[in-house]
Design a protein around this ligand. Structure first.
Ligand code: UD1
Ligand code: UDP
Length: 382
């Protein structure tokens, strides 16, 4: 029997973390020939994840440029991917989430008339410009895809509202699968600043901030709130692995650089990040992935955005939307740092996003769609 040729396409850190366990699962399936093509929309942050999971890309388009625009990424990825697809002729390509690499991958596959599987399908805010450009990327990918792997039932319902009912599977999020490889209770950090943190005497707040729609005033307002919190709570330290985007770095170092209790560090290798997260007091972030990981580790999350496409953990009570207003962020964080009751209410491990078997379900769904397995995999239920 000819093997089904499945090519996974990704380019940024979060896609790599969430696609890595799937790439490893597909390699274990005898009926599948699994290939991996990276755009390298991110360079260092992608390579770090590939190293962590021991994955070697079969194709590397190496497209990253400093300070790239969304159009730069789209144009370079689209052209490079088309060439790879035409020469390799995969039976199915897989893209992940809502990045510009994912959108370009789905579009290039459509132009080459190759089927598309969308991992992490169906997330929506219904606000075209927030997150930007991710909300539109994922809607467009939804229109182009043939197979839709939704993390939750709510995501599948979002697709149904858009008339997408065929080829929809509820699988759980592969990030929970990834954490099985990376979460360790104790780990020596590469950065000595982190090894010098005294977790028994100080509360550690882990923060990240990088979204394009937060560039400029919203990001400045977020950082001013953090600077005030660091001054108001001397028993608390803030650790911020700063995203390498110049728009983020310049603002972070300008506003937070002089603050003694704010540790600005380089992006962390994923298992170091997960170790730090499991030992921290709480998380403040505008990241999508952190909103899924921190609840699984029982850490309260303040989301530094006006809206979220991940309402499940908000409903479960472990994530709160803090917005981007300085005073609002300050007062929500202040409450968590002063009221034990408020903190305990949020610090419960909940796992609405997966059970660690999403990759297994996705691989089974692919085999079922190609007529290899006789029955559709059962949906993930939390
Ligand atoms: C991208 C995704 C976003 C995702 C984020 C995860 C798009 C449009 N955005 O945004 O959805 O949340 O990744 O982090 O797809 N850089 C480096 N080295 C790296 C990575 C980035 O130097 O390893 C710098 C470069 O100057 C690059 C800039 O960061 O131009 C921005 O990277 P880009 O991928 O364009 O945007 P992100 O904000 O990372
Ligand atoms: N992450 C990491 N090192 C860091 C910051 C984040 O490994 O210094 C991981 C994080 O644990 C999560 C993913 O990167 O798995 C989230 O990526 P990011 O916040 O860049 O993108 P988003 O999820 O917002 O698209």
């Amino acid at each position: 029997m000819n093997k089904i040729k499945v090519m996974s396409v990704f380019g940024t850190r979060p896609e790599a973390i969430k696609m890595a366990p799937l790439v490893l699962e597909l390699k274990r399936r005898a009926e599948i020939e699994s290939l991996c093509c990276v755009t390298a929309q991110h360079r260092e942050m992608l390579d770090s994840v590939l190293d962590t999971f021991g994955i070697k890309a079969d194709f590397d388009l190496n497209i990253m440029q400093q300070g790239q625009t969304v159009s730069d990424i789209t144009a370079r990825a689209l052209k490079g991917l088309e060439e790879v697809f035409l020469s390799e002729k995969p039976d199915l390509i897989l893209v992940h989430g809502d990045t510009t690499t994912a959108f370009s991958g789905a579009l290039a596959a459509f132009y080459s008339q190759i089927g598309v599987g969308h991992v992490e399908a169906g997330l929506r805010t219904y606000d075209k410009y927030s997150p930007f450009p991710e909300e539109m990327n994922r809607k467009l990918i939804g229109s182009l895809a043939d197979l839709h792997f939704c993390p939750t039932e709510n995501n599948a319902k979002n697709l149904e509202k858009e008339g997408i009912c065929k080829g929809v599977f509820i699988t759980g999020n592969t990030v929970i699968d990834a954490m099985k490889y990376t979460v360790a209770k104790e780990k020596r950090f590469t950065d000595e600043t982190l090894n010098s943190l005294d977790f028994s005497r100080k509360r550690i707040v882990l923060m990240t901030c990088h979204r394009r729609e937060n560039y400029g005033e919203p990001m400045e307002s977020i950082f001013r709130a953090v600077r005030r919190l660091a001054e108001a709570f001397p028993d608390t330290e803030f650790v911020y692995p700063v995203h390498p985007s110049p728009a983020v770095r310049d603002t972070a170092y300008r506003i937070l650089g002089g603050s003694e209790s704010v540790r600005l560090v380089q992006p962390l290798e994923t298992s170091e990040m997960h170790c730090l997260m499991s030992r921290c007091h709480m998380v403040m972030t505008d990241s999508g992935g952190l909103q899924e990981e921190a609840p699984a580790l029982g850490k309260p999350v303040l989301v530094l955005r006006r809206e979220t496409e991940r309402p499940e953990a908000v409903d479960a009570g472990t994530v709160k939307l803090a917005g981007v207003d300085e005073d609002e962020i300050f007062s929500l964080a202040e409450e968590l740092l002063t009221s034990r009751e408020s903190y305990e209410r949020m610090a419960r491990a909940v796992n609405p996003y997966g059970d660690g078997r999403a990759c297994q379900r996705i691989a089974d769904a692919i085999l079922w769609s190609f007529g290899v397995l006789p029955s559709k995999p059962a949906d993930f239920r939390p």
